[in-house]
Design a protein around this ligand. Structure first.
Ligand code: FAD
Length: 519
């Protein structure tokens, strides 16, 4: 007892000292002027470090296209040692320079940028022959963090195996999604991608490489998962695998009543042996049904759906999938028939597709290619993603979907809303989530024009302000906070642990400055 209280006093003391250091540390200590001339003349990086304007320009932007943050140089590493050397060089320099790992640059707000520092282009490490090792007996894959999830899927499927937790879109790197959480319609059952990793290699902000897992260097392991790149650069991840199903029965059900919609969603995610995937979306009285996420509905039904949306202004779509193969085909048909009968959607608005497992997981790609061909992919994406506690979701529907969004009448792009179970997450990881047992992911995945994206940003601010004023305890996913104060609120009581870990693993505040947490 006494030693526990002594320990907690020391712990509190350390936290207070860290806070005082943060407050007293003049910004200039870490607001370093970079020294690309030093680095460029360094033999270790010959031919790998570039200041070519095309590289600088592409490292300055991301999928969001709403920020332009220029680094001084870009490193194209060919080995883990290249990265370790660069981090060490920065750590040993006075002053140090900042570094950001850039996965596929699919952040939406400059999170993978390093103003005046060095962007590490992780994709230059990809070696198709060496980047992945699959253990059939251990049911895991050791993957270079620079690999895209689509590449991981292609490789594991060759052996009839697959990771179990996904993002909707697969052209994201393993390191990039593990730095956030990696969520999709499988999260309610398997947890986010960060809970499906067994081991990692991480280069800390001191330039030291460590293998970590829940049993080895566990604090670093949990810190890096959902850690926004703040504690280290992940170079390898061991990802849990299962036997891959062959096909997917993919259903959509339309609802006009939000409480029926969420009641059905919540029931389905509480079942242990039910559907394999569950998401949902909001369809608004703006333009054609859905858009880049799929060409799902049969063209012959578009008019019917559009007229239902027009009549009700906001309707909802429940999306579920059940995987199957030859042995389970008949059972799945029966199960899905029973499911259809038990749900409270608007009768006559059930849609079914039967696709390969790969086509299902890679479903966003079709939309991407179509938008690319029309020049509508590389446009501003002022996205807003939120975790909304279950107790607040009905208020969110009334005040945001049916309030702010309808009133402003500008939202374009998919609007996702689907629940997940808190017990599939792990509190020791850095990712922040609401306190309630069930919470919803809500995503406004907007596409805008270069001259009007700020209107969407204003709408995002309006939504955030409303939620804050109404004390809804929402938390941003893929967050953007313009000041440290926002981050302190983001983490709530866990901020001190985040801060403590930052001082432990990246004391010179070198890593991932684009997240805007410490710089
Ligand atoms: P980047 O944008 O390059 O980097 C993101 C952050 O991680 C940066 O701070 C960077 O410094 C850091 N980082 C990158 N690599 C490493 C590494 N190896 N080690 C440590 N830190 C690193 N997310 C979901 O969860 N679910 C979805 O369904 C989903 N769908 C999406 C669909 C689209 C079309 C897009 C564009 C994004 C989607 N995302 C989704 C968001 C996506 O997961 C994040 O934006 C992710 O960070 C992008 O991965 P990236 O590899 O491009 O990372």
């Amino acid at each position: 007892m006494a030693s526990n209280s002594f320990r907690s006093q020391i712990h509190l003391g350390v936290i207070i000292i860290l806070i005082i250091i943060t407050l007293l540390t003049p910004i200039t200590t870490y607001n370093t002027s970079p020294q690309p001339w030093n680095i460029l003349s360094h033999n270790d990086f010959a031919g790998k470090l570039t200041t070519a304007s095309s590289s600088i320009e592409s490292a300055a932007t991301d999928f969001g296209h709403v920020t332009k943050i220029f680094p001084s140089a870009v490193l194209n590493p060919s080995s883990v040692e290249d990265i370790t050397d660069l981090v060490k060089l920065s750590y040993d320099s006075q002053p140090s320079f900042t570094l950001a790992a850039r996965g596929h640059g699919h952040s939406h707000r400059g999170q993978a940028s390093a103003k005046d520092g060095v962007v590490v282009n992780m994709r230059s490490m990809v070696n198709r022959d060496r980047g992945i090792k699959v253990s059939r007996t251990g049911l895991y894959a050791d993957v270079d963090a620079a690999w895209l999830w689509i590449e991981v899927l292609n490789k594991t499927l060759e052996l009839g195996l697959t990771p179990v937790s996904w993002t909707d879109y697969l052209y994201l790197t393993v390191g990039g999604t593990l730095s956030n959480a990696g969520i999709s319609g499988q999260t309610f059952r398997y947890g986010p991608q960060i809970t499906n990793v067994q081991e990692m290699d991480v280069i800390t902000g001191k330039g030291e490489i460590a293998t970590c897992s829940k049993d080895m260097n566990s604090d670093l392991f949990f810190a890096a998962l959902g850690g926004f790149g703040q504690f280290g650069i992940i170079t390898r991840a061991r990802i849990k695998l299962e036997v891959a199903p062959k096909r997917a029965k993919w259903f959509r059900f339309l609802y006009i009543d939000f409480s029926e919609f969420t009641r059905d969603q919540e029931r389905l995610i509480s079942e242990t042996d039910g559907v394999d995937f569950l998401e949902g979306s909001v369809m608004l009285d703006h333009g054609p049904p859905d858009n880049w996420r799929s060409t799902y509905y049969p063209p012959s039904d578009h008019l019917r759906i559009v007229s239902m949306v027009k009549r009700h202004r906001v309707i909802y779509c429940l999306e579920v999938v059940k995987y199957y193969d030859e042995t389970s085909q008949y059972a799945v048909n029966e199960e899905m028939e029973d499911l259809g009968e038990s749900l409270n959607f608007v009768k006559g608005f059930m849609y079914e597709k039967d696709v390969t497992y790969m086509d299902f997981l890679n479903r966003v790609r079709t939309g991407e290619l179509s938008l690319k061909s029309k020049g509508q992919w590389d446009v501003p994406h002022p996205w807003l993603n939120l975790f909304v506690p279950k107790s607040q979701i009905s208020k969110f529907d009334n005040s945001v979907f049916k309030g702010i969004i309808l009133r402003n009448n500008i939202t374009s792009g998919p609007v996702l809303v689907y629940p997940m179970n808190r017990n599939k997450w792990n509190e020791r990881m850095s990712a922040a989530i609401p306190e309630e047992d069930v919470f919803y992911a809500v995503g406004f995945l907007r596409s805008a024009d270069f001259d009007d994206w700020e209107a969407y940003d204003k709408e995002n601010m309006e939504i955030l302000k409303f939620c804050e004023d109404a004390n809804m305890r929402i938390i941003q996913y893929l967050p953007y906070h313009s000041s440290q104060e926002g981050w302190v609120r983001h983490f709530g009581p866990r901020w001190n642990i985040f801060l403590e870990r930052k001082y432990k693993y990246d004391p010179k505040m070198i890593l991932s400055p684009g997240q805007n947490i410490f710089q």
